[in-house]
Write a protein that binds this ligand. Structure first.
Ligand SMILES: O=C(O)CCC(=O)C(=O)O
Ligand SMILES: [Fe+2]
Length: 367
């Protein structure tokens, strides 16, 4: 996905309720539905008055030994398009497709060394979260390749994301073929989608992107992908831990004021439950995406990641008739809530156009 630059304002002062609501921090009382074998660290040291905290990766940001043997995500092979549609897309459930990228050259060819040698002098944007603000830095790819290969859990590499492959590495697109059938139809690629509004977010959300990190690098923020699109993330090199929360967990996610799809909860350290008490109630789904596997990220699911090794992933956001009404609604609200007053009236023609677009596209791409 393309992320809006998530600059998050300093937090509002804590409310009395947040400071006092310690029930939420006690997992067994607060969240009876939670899996019994969930070993999430939640500490409340009553002797020293340390605030209760929660580590979303269960065994800390300090070591690569994370394993989730009871991962609650389906990992499928030989998944037909029909099964994909009926069992996952129409049920709004994520799935890992183990063999969707098995013929891609990228899987054996791309690595930090490959990018260091072939593209070392290219400048790329890298990100980290500092005090609730995502900070961007520009670095040479050769330096960044060194950073991710020497990253440790104590000294974590920054995160590179949303680097547009067609723009930055057009000659590498052939390494990502054959194109998985699950990606189509992708209406976001249509030149008839809101042609008069080239800057409108929906026009720029698709296209293959690259993400990179090093061992211990957290993706800078917990979020769901913009405008309720679906996203396919392929782990081309290395492995990465994922945590997902289904859309009904939104009340526990603390969306930021500026971007309702980006949480204010910091990812670079344990979550302070006196500040985010409701987060203790959220039901996580955790798993590891192994090299070569492709995740279908269903719309509206909150997620974030932690690279366990040097990691390279390829991301594509798509949309079509199966999710179009949700994408239309999100686009309508985006325009309506735009800080620029003159953009707001566009909300109505945008949603009318998208509704008509769906009627036309459905003739050739019925579901
Ligand atoms: O690659 C990752 O670590 C996370 C990707 C992601 O969530 C995104 O690009 O939207
Ligand atoms: Fe995402």
């Amino acid at each position: 996905m393309t992320h809006r630059t998530p600059r998050v304002r300093p937090r509002a002062p804590r409310t009395r309720l947040e400071v006092c609501d310690f029930t939420a921090a006690r997992p067994n009382l607060a969240n009876g539905a939670e899996r019994a074998n969930d070993k999430t660290h939640r500490h409340m040291n009553t002797n020293t008055q340390e605030p209760p905290t929660l580590n979303i990766w269960t065994n800390g940001l300090d070591g690569p030994e994370i394993e989730y043997p009871d991962a609650q995500i389906d990992k499928r092979e030989n998944l037909s398009r029909k099964e994909f549609l009926n069992e996952y897309v129409l049920k709004n459930r994520p799935v890992v497709i183990k063999d969707a990228a098995k013929h891609w050259k990228a899987i054996s060819k791309w690595s930090p060394d490959f990018f260091r040698e072939k593209y070392g002098s290219k400048k790329v944007p890298v990100f980290e979260r500092k005090r609730a603000v995502t900070v961007k830095d520009m670095v040479l790819l050769k330096d960044y390749a060194d950073e991710i290969t020497s990253s440790t859990y104590q000294n974590r590499a920054k995160y590179l994301f949303s680097l547009k492959i067609p723009k930055e590495f057009p000659e590498l697109l052939g390494d990502l073929e054959p194109r998985p059938t699950y990606w189509d139809p992708n209406w976001l690629e249509s030149k008839y989608l809101l042609p008069g509004l080239p800057k409108f977010k929906l026009r720029n959300i698709t296209g293959l992107e690259m993400n990179m990190g090093g061992a211990g690098s957290p993706f800078p923020f917990l979020h769901y992908d913009d405008l309720w699109t679906q996203t396919f993330i392929t782990q081309v090199y290395g492995r990465k831990a994922w945590v997902l929360y289904q859309p009904d967990q939104t009340p526990f996610m603390y969306p930021s004021e500026q971007s309702d799809n980006i949480s204010r909860i910091p990812m670079e350290k344990d979550v302070d439950l006196t500040e985010f008490p409701l987060f203790a109630k959220a039901k996580p789904l955790r798993f590891i995406l192994e090299e070569g596997e492709m995740l279908y990220g269903a719309p509206g699911w909150w997620h974030t990641t932690l690279a366990l090794t040097p990691s390279i992933a390829v991301v594509l956001s798509t949309a079509n008739g199966t999710i179009w009404s949700a994408v239309t609604k999100a686009s309508f609200l985006r325009a309506l809530q735009n800080p620029k007053w003159y953009v707001r009236p566009l909300a109505f023609p945008v949603s009318a156009y998208m509704t008509a677009f769906r009627a036309v596209k459905s003739m050739t791409d019925p579901f």
